[in-house]
Design a protein around this ligand. Sequence first.
Ligand code: C5P
Length: 399
Amino acid sequence: MTNLKGKKILLGISGSIAAYKSAFLTRLLVKEGAEVQVLMTPSAKSFITPLTLATLSQKPAFSEVSSEEGWNNHVEMGLWADAMIIAPATATTLAKMSIGLADNIIVATYLSARCPVFFAPAMDLDMWAHPTTQENVRRLQNYGNHLIPVGEGELASGLAGPGRMAEPEEIVEYLRRFWQQEQSLAGRKVLITAGPTYEPIDPVRFIGNRSSGKMGVALAEAAARRGAAVILVLGPSRLSPQQPGIQTIRVETADQMHKVAVQHFPAADLAILAAAVADYRPQEASLQKIKKKSDTLNLELTKTPDIAASLGRSKKPGQLLVGFALETQNELTNAREKLEKKNFDCIVLNSLQDAGAGFNYDTNKVSILHKNNKIRNFELKSKAAVAEDILNEVEALLR
Ligand code: C5P
């Protein structure tokens, strides 16, 4: 069981009755061997004293960015931490985080933090259910922050329903699972293709598609966080993954992507093909810019190599191959056919019919189809969260 010994944790406490639970949380984290730096919003001090938290965490609890004694360096703290937990996260704090309104030490530090961020909301059920709050939570998740779900039951208002902050034990368990899962791909080599391809027509024009590369990059980051050595073969995309553990090889055309993927596949335990590869390219790319002359222009197109099919043919026992299918009609039938034809172990289906799913969105809604006809349908989620779902599913096959 992963322990939290030596982990550096920023605990942000905002103003809610549930703040009393944060004293227990601090104590639990310290008992687990974590180093805890407490940050509070000014209103949190009406619910629990800095003295209590400073005593439990064995460090002064900061509630101001600057005071007469000096400046509490939120940038330094943001870089110091292995994780930041905001618990309780009130509706106000969630709103401020979601728009980057850094008028307190928690949000200022949150914006500087490069570590994973967890937030445990606490509020009354109607505040929690309000579309604004739900939208803020979704935004925060879309930025890669981790929601620690609210509990249901009696609330401070006397009403009962969802909105209770998760119990301190649950939060600790959540962190443990997060760090345990992180290393679940240690020692594994993962190959990922992502982004569009550009097929040149002439020196200035190309045939491309609307893929942003977001899904594939999210997968690469998630796999690297779990300890895998990742090779990301990335078509023309504005994104560039920052996570250590990812070797990004940039390519432009389907031919180039094919060459790099074929070269690296033999050493891989797992390949996930999230790229939207052009199926056809101009037969001949003109060396000079094509001039506007006649009313019509015919381009002769020729098939590009099918990377998935090539890898599927050379797949060895023990290797896993995961494909994507983006369909506009007969989704399931088409996806099943691709699963078979390309020798995938499973295929991730997303449909352009679903609002918020597909190219360029930060969210996606997928179903994962397995060889044995098993199918798992997932909700609309951030691409970061979808990447976690896909890896959980694939890891079960790897084991
Ligand atoms: O384009 P299609 O819908 O057939 O794509 C299905 C899967 O095959 C995707 O995983 C995609 O990355 C992969 N593919 C590929 N090489 C191609 C076309 C598709 O690897 N030339």
